[in-house]
Design a protein around this ligand. Structure first.
Ligand SMILES: Nc1nc2c(ncn2[C@@H]2O[C@H](COP(=O)(O)OP(=O)(O)O)[C@@H](O)[C@H]2O)c(=O)[nH]1
Ligand SMILES: [Mg+2]
Length: 434
């Protein structure tokens, strides 16, 4: 993992713009490592590389190229990620020099989105971004070669024709995907209803890369707390069924993290991978509260959620903030935050996903948040209605059940708010008084 950092300041137009403190090299490195881990890459070495002048052929200076090459062969490294734009020519030259695969920032993020896309729209958006990326690289490689040729002569021809052909094939595929995306948008609401087969509320974990989403996900779903493997564990490692202290079941979903300076080309793909968040009953916004940029990160996240049409106002009861990594704070700072959290309309929960501190209050908070809109119904189901009984068990949380002398069953059930209308309708249709 290499994070190139230019020693000189960047020139933007007339003004000289210093690197904003908000993206210190250390922060960038930590984020890049976090991204690599998101697709289970084993990060063996991570380095900040100070540079004075980007080289068109290799990006890094020749001394640096040799130095990295040595590390690559010593540590037997199979992939070098460079957290920077790497041109196709640079990529090819570095791969040759190091005898290993090289991927740049955009390539890495595309891999993550590809691994995480769940909905049809997500898959299509990621493929679209991937093709657009490849197409851009073909063009750039070509113009570069042409420049090398100095305009004239015998080197042209087949290569050029091949590139033109590849380009056209990519463009055809891009056009086809765009058509498919239009169809997907049309059928999206139907699709959503179809996916709603899960009888439990969905709780989605969002937050910046490195905020601790996966650690929290594992803590909550892990053996120590409320283990439930189930259907989802096998289908998708980032969605799991969890039983809360009240016996309420939820589906907990870990999502792709927010990324600083997301390349524009990837914005649509990123949004599409968040599609499931739109459907969630509750969103856990995990924040690294010990991070110096925590406020800026939080407003970034809220802005994207807002753009997705998710109401981020506290009155909406849709988002619960989790202030993570409190183990890294001083006593004093913790006290301050505790004080601050209590002043909130919906108090954030302070936790350490790493040590497990605060897990019990967090689960209680989840429970409370999800139960506010529920309704508890007392029902008497005639003994002849076995099918209805089964249906109730599948669609509601049965809190109590008692057989009566006349053969009927007395039930107390909790009906999730989002299914209240349809369940009551079904019961009335079956002739029950509700
Ligand atoms: N000190 C501390 N580190 C944590 C905590 N939670 C997560 N981490 C660390 O933060 C890094 C990122 O965590 P991860 O769960 O992968 O973040 P994600 O990108 O949001 O999924 C890892 O090195 C974790 O070990 C915490 O509560 N305290
Ligand atoms: Mg993660």
């Amino acid at each position: 993992m290499l994070v190139p950092v230019w020693k000189r300041q960047v020139r933007v137009g007339e003004k000289t713009k210093p690197f904003p403190q908000i993206h210190t090299p250390e922060n960038r490195l930590a984020e890049a490592v976090g991204l690599a881990k998101a697709i289970d890459l084993d990060v063996i070495d991570a380095t900040i590389v100070p540079l004075s002048e980007p080289r068109p052929s290799t990006l890094l200076g020749s001394g640096k190229v040799d130095e990295v090459g040595q590390r690559v062969s010593e540590l037997d490294i199979g992939l070098v990620v460079i957290d920077h734009i790497v041109t196709p020519v640079q990529q090819r030259n570095l791969e040759k020099a190091w005898n290993t695969k090289v991927v740049d920032r955009t390539g890495l993020i595309l891999e993550i989105f590809g691994a995480r896309a769940r909905t049809r729209e997500g898959v299509l958006q990621v493929e679209l971004a991937h093709l657009t990326y490849q197409k851009g690289r073909l063009v750039r490689a070509w113009t570069h070669l042409e420049r090398q040729r100095g305009g004239g002569g015998f080197l042209g021809g087949p290569g050029e024709a091949q590139i033109e052909l590849d380009r056209r094939m990519l463009q055809d595929r891009i056009d086809a995907i765009k058509r498919d995306l239009k169809d997907v948008a049309k059928t999206r609401s139907l699709h959503r209803k179809g996916r709603r087969k899960v009888p439990y509320p969905i709780v989605a974990i969002v937050g910046y890369t490195n905020a601790g989403k996966s650690t929290l996900f594992n803590k909550i779903t892990g053996a120590g707390v409320v283990a439930m493997d189930q259907v989802f564990a096998t289908l998708d490692p980032t969605m799991r069924e969890v039983k809360l202290p009240s016996a309420r079941r939820i589906i907990l979903s870990d999502t792709v993290g927010f990324i600083s300076d997301l390349p524009t080309m990837l914005v649509a793909a990123f949004r599409a991978t968040l599609e499931e968040v739109v459907e969630a009953d509750l969103i856990l916004h995990v924040r690294d509260i010990a991070h110096e940029e925590t406020e800026a990160q939080a407003s970034d996240v809220e802005k994207v959620l807002g753009d997705l049409g998710i109401d981020t106002l506290p009155v909406d009861n849709h988002i619960l903030e989790v202030w993570n990594k409190i183990d890294l704070l001083s006593h004093e700072r913790r006290g301050e935050l505790q004080h601050e959290s209590r002043r909130n309309a919906r108090p954030p929960v302070l936790v350490s996903a790493a040590t497990g501190e605060g897990m019990a209050p967090l689960l209680d908070s989840l429970d409370a948040q999800l139960s506010t809109a529920d309704e508890v119904l007392d029902l008497i189901v005639p003994g002849s209605q076995g099918a209805l009984l089964n249906w109730l068990h599948e669609n509601c949380e049965v809190l109590a059940r008692e057989a009566r002398k006349d053969g009927s069953i007395e039930l107390r059930v909790r009906v999730p708010s989002e299914k209240k209308a349809s369940i009551i309708g079904q019961l009335r249709k079956a002739g029950l008084k509700v």
